[in-house]
Design a protein around this ligand. Structure first.
Ligand SMILES: [Zn+2]
Length: 372
């Protein structure tokens, strides 16, 4: 087959071509924190490990952390992702260099970070990013972190900003039971119900996690045409407890994507693992071997994909060929090639758009700076 503006020939003979993955939720540069504080309780992990490390973040560290994340994405067949992180302009530069696609958002919170003073400042940064947007592979969105890290006024302003620029509004919601109970105690409403009440739900709203939902909240998601991202590995690793009502959402017609979350809470960015573990979680939880089958997971992992990844058909994990999608979801296999926007990003296992070894060296040095 031919590809790209270079017109170079790409020989796909003997390879299984599939739509490249779309990772619906990442904090890309958190590769820098992979493995740190592993095994702690969620709040202790955030308070003792993640938040102190994030206080030391710099634009340079985010760039280098993003490059490592992109290597992993390329090598596991992902071509696009929806990200939320600090200094996200640096992630934009890294994505441009690697040749992938991304929609990036600044996590808006009411407390200060090395990136901004307060929520007002974060909203200003988000608007600056939206104004700088050009047509292309990299875009921005508006990402208030969550209900529990923002006041109502900030959430409403974030909504207005997303509407003004016609972009996604993405936020974490109903990840833990504590979050839901706290919201109910404070507002008398469950999180999605609360968001609906203040006008946060719309067709451009992306609800991340949604592990604890009531039937009434599912109806509100349907009525508003909002989308949901399932992050099964992160939810299980951080013991969020709830299991997203995947089939209730799909049966109601909700668009549901799949995301890894950050490498600090997963600990990989590998969508093949996410498909497999997500499927196993639903089957085990529902006592139903027909739940979340390979094709359902594959559709969720490749939403809107227009790019292609390849695995050799004689890869041991792709043999025999009774069901290639099942092999891909449950067995895996090494991704050898990736074509994004008509351009070869990886060919025969070699990344063509940047020096992988150098990026890894830079990353190792950068990761040490975080623990000084
Ligand atoms: Zn997250």
């Amino acid at each position: 087959m031919r590809h790209g503006d270079s017109g170079e020939e790409f020989d796909a003979a003997g390879k299984f071509a599939f739509p490249a993955f779309n990772n619906g939720h990442t904090h890309l540069a958190m590769t820098l924190m992979r493995g740190a504080g592993d095994g702690e309780k969620l709040q202790d992990w955030l308070d003792n490990t993640i938040f102190p490390m994030e206080q030391r973040l710099t634009p340079d560290l985010v760039y280098k952390g993003s490059m490592l994340g992109l290597i992993e994405m390329i090598r596991t067949g992902t071509s696009r992702f929806l990200d939320m992180y600090y200094f996200v302009e640096e992630t934009a530069k890294a994505v441009e260099k690697a040749g992938l696609r991304a929609t990036l958002g600044t996590p808006i919170t009411s407390f200060g970070t090395p990136y901004y003073k307060d929520a007002k400042d974060a909203l200003r940064i988000a608007e600056r990013q939206l104004k700088s947007m050009r047509a292309g592979r990299v875009g921005y969105c508006v990402s208030p972190h969550s209900i529990y890290l923002n006041d109502e006024e900030t959430l409403i302003k974030a909504r207005e900003l997303a509407d003004k620029y016609h972009v996604w509004l993405s936020l974490h919601v109903s990840e833990t039971r504590k979050e839901c109970v706290d919201c109910h105690e404070r507002t008398g409403k469950w999180p999605v119900e609360y968001l609906d009440g203040i006008g946060l739900l719309g067709e451009n709203t992306v609800l991340i996690h949604a592990a604890w939902l009531t039937k009434m909240e599912i109806r509100l998601i349907v009525e508003n045409g909002s989308s949901v991202i399932h992050c099964p590995v992160s939810n299980m690793k951080l013991a969020s407890g709830g299991v997203m009502p995947l089939h209730e959402l799909l049966d109601a017609g909700v668009t549901v994507g799949l995301g890894t979350d950050g490498a600090s809470s997963n600990n990989s960015l590998d969508m093949r693992e996410e498909m497999k573990i997500g499927s196993l979680l639903q089957k085990s939880h529902r006592w139903d071997a027909t739940a979340a089958n390979a094709r359902t997971m594959f559709r969720m992992a490749t939403l809107g994909s227009t790019d292609f990844a390849f695995i050799r058909l004689d890869d041991v994990r792709m043999l025999p060929h009774h069901d290639l999608i099942s092999n891909l979801v449950y067995s895996g296999g090494a991704v050898t090639d990736l074509i994004v926007d008509g351009r070869l990003i990886m060919k025969g296992g070699e990344i063509l758009t940047f020096d992988e070894e150098q990026a890894k060296k830079d990353f190792e040095e950068a990761s040490l700076e975080l623990i000084k």
